[in-house]
Design a binder for this molecule. Sequence first.
Ligand code: ATP
Length: 302
Amino acid sequence: MNIIETEKLSRRFGHVTALNEVDLSVPNGSIYALLGPNGAGKTTLLETLLNLWPPTAGVARVLGCDSRQLGPGQLAHIGYVSENQLVDDRLKVAGFLTFARGLYPTWDSQLEQKLIHDFEVPLEYRFKELSRGMRIRALFIAALSFRPRLLILDEPFGGLDPLMRDELAAKVLDLAQEDGGTILLASHDVDEVERMADRVAFLESGRIRLADSIESVCGRHVKVVARLAKATAPAVAKRESWLGFRQEGEIVSFVTTQSVRAESVDWEQELGAAASITTAPLSLKEIYLTHARIAQAERNES
Ligand code: ATP
């Protein structure tokens, strides 16, 4: 079952199309990452799913409910942490948690106490007195203590030191997996996504370029470098599924996205006579950068 489903979800702000016919399916229990450059529409997508913005076209269903109808009943099962989250700076952490406790019928006080202890957040501090790391951890205590079915995270680890990032990410994952919860995470940090998530969508200019399990994305993208037999080789007929295609003299390189495994392709036939061919798997970061560069080139052309 999918805990989130969108169909041709679009959101405009004046003349800016922040989301453009987004189709996204987030399976229950998955750790799903949204990757995309600045301005790609990640925050708008998350905020639309939370009914902070109505779609201008299309539909989003969250926990089986149209996003425009989301109310306290559904929001009581959704945790949200964003680096831009607004909290009254005069509020003490203790007061903030008391307020949050009243919103969520499933609040687990034992878990809250454990998180307060593990995250070492000073309850008597006002929000304005907290460091960035303490502030994020205080927000996580509130978002995790009611064991949400769905956790929506918008760049929650940005600006944290690497040790804290790792520890916090590991704790959040442990808890989500313990409860069979789902996480939808927007991030710029591809390494973090590769460590945390099992599914990924690349968002660019409000559109989804690619959405799949990370295993499948990495299995389908392979770097191919071939040396053609003749230095005077004719230009190779490039295929649509070859990204970043370059031919310099007899050297041809590209990233193939064919659904068949690279080992089973007859590259000799695909490329014409080739003296040598090497294929190599790519990391998620290399795959993401390949798509991001192509998208940037397309934007510059248009
Ligand atoms: P970043 O990684 O920089 O946080 P993002 O992928 O989260 O970016 P969004 O913040 O969703 O991107 O922005 C997508 C587009 O929508 C941008 O062009 C942005 O300027 C525009 N936008 C977002 N919110 C608003 C708003 N409230 N009013 C007008 N335009 C907006």
